[in-house]
Design a protein around this ligand. Structure first.
Ligand SMILES: Nc1ncnc2c1ncn2[C@@H]1O[C@H](COP(=O)(O)OP(=O)(O)OP(=O)(O)O)[C@@H](O)[C@H]1O
Length: 352
């Protein structure tokens, strides 16, 4: 794993080897000033500087309409860029597409399957469409791909009888018919039920564990937090930040102090009083839940200046000592949603 890149506000570039560039190795994806203006003048992607380290599971995050699919289409050479450049697996796109794309598996907007064919026969068709695929080894290749995505037992069933999650897994199997260095997945869990989402996420983790770089777009913040090592945040065609998921979270945690403490109690008024006495600010009470901002650990308590911020165990003891019946007690770490809101000043549901 290369050293983790620091978050770079506004996607600004750094000098030197830079993030995501292992010594002697290119990033899996690198763009410079990549832009797309659609006919009619719509600026869908605006000066994108993206660095996707090899071996990462990279979450490309943004609300609907923020330019994710347009970027992916440019990366794969499906549409031309208006300006800027893109390198995939070290080679310029789209000019090196014939050389590079066989090493890239892609799943964009769901697989196109024949419902009347079995899962296995759908894969055989995909394999037959690949001029480089040896027909003599097709059966073995298809069998391995089905095995890889956990569809071997259902391979004989017609694709129209598959659940959405199974269809998506079949699409992934098609992308995995030959060994890939990079997988590009556009909203791979979109429309899936929780079980289908879990299956796809587990598969992405397995593929990453085998060394495949996975670049996936999503508008689901928790998805990125669950499976990604790195993330970039897009809004309105612009890259706001990129870095490791841990760094992005830390950026906000630093800015937000220790995060919020939430106490669940049948005595919310007393709890709020005790928490205020112990330096918590921004108290909010909703039903039996009281939450407040924890003061920074190294700062004296607000206004009193005579004590360090409270230890959580001491705080819990103080609540109990004051007669507050505590049912739940926990801190929330900053989520990517917090990061997004902090970085953009807007909520995450900002579809154009
Ligand atoms: N073929 C097109 N012609 C004109 N405008 C387009 C075209 N495709 C996309 N757009 C516009 O470009 C912007 C970015 O769209 P894009 O599909 O890349 O975003 P996205 O982040 O992938 O969102 P979604 O998840 O909804 O697909 C949107 O405002 C969209 O309406």
């Amino acid at each position: 794993m290369p050293p983790p890149p620091a978050p770079r506000p506004n996607g600004s570039r750094t000098d030197g080897p830079g993030p995501g560039r292992a010594p002697g190795g290119d990033p899996a994806i690198e763009t410079r000033g990549l832009s797309k203006v659609y006919r009619g003048g719509r600026l869908a992607v605006d000066g994108l500087d993206l660095v996707v380290p090899r071996g990462s599971v990279f979450g490309f995050l943004g609300p609907n309409g923020s330019g994710k699919t347009t970027t992916i289409r440019m990366l794969l050479g499906l549409i031309g860029a208006t300006s800027g450049s893109a390198r995939v697996l070290g080679a310029p796109m789209p000019s090196a597409g014939r050389r590079v794309l066989p090493r890239v598996g892609a799943l964009i907007e769901g697989p196109s399957l024949y419902g009347f064919l079995s899962g296995r026969d759908n894969l055989r068709r995909f394999d037959a469409a690949d001029p480089a695929a040896d027909p003599g080894t097709r059966t073995a290749r298809v069998g391995q791909a089905l095995e890889r995505v956990g569809l071997a037992a259902a391979a004989g069933r017609k694709a129209r009888a598959y659940s959405l999650g199974m269809k998506q897994r079949l699409g992934l199997a098609a992308a995995l018919l030959r060994p890939r260095d990079l997988l590009v997945l556009d909203e791979p869990t979109n429309g899936l039920d929780p079980q289908g989402m879990r299956e796809i996420r587990a598969l992405v983790r397995e593929l990453a564990a085998d060394g495949t770089t996975v670049f996936l777009s999503s508008h689901l913040l928790d998805e990125i937090e669950q499976i990604c090592t790195h993330a970039a945040v897009m809004t309105r065609g612009r890259l706001i930040t990129q870095g490791t998921v841990a760094e992005l979270s830390a950026t906000v945690l630093d800015a937000r102090g220790n995060g919020r403490l939430t106490v669940t109690t049948p005595d919310p008024a007393d709890a709020a009083r005790v928490l205020t006495e112990h330096g918590l600010t921004g108290l909010r009470t909703t039903g039996d839940r009281v939450s407040g901002e924890l003061p920074p650990t190294d700062a004296p308590l607000g206004g009193r200046g005579d004590a360090a911020a409270p230890d959580l165990a001491d705080l819990n003891a103080a609540l109990v000592h004051a007669g507050v019946r505590v049912r739940g007690f926990g801190t929330e770490r900053a989520s990517l949603e917090d990061i997004f809101v902090q970085l953009t000043g807007e909520g995450f549901d900002v579809a154009d």
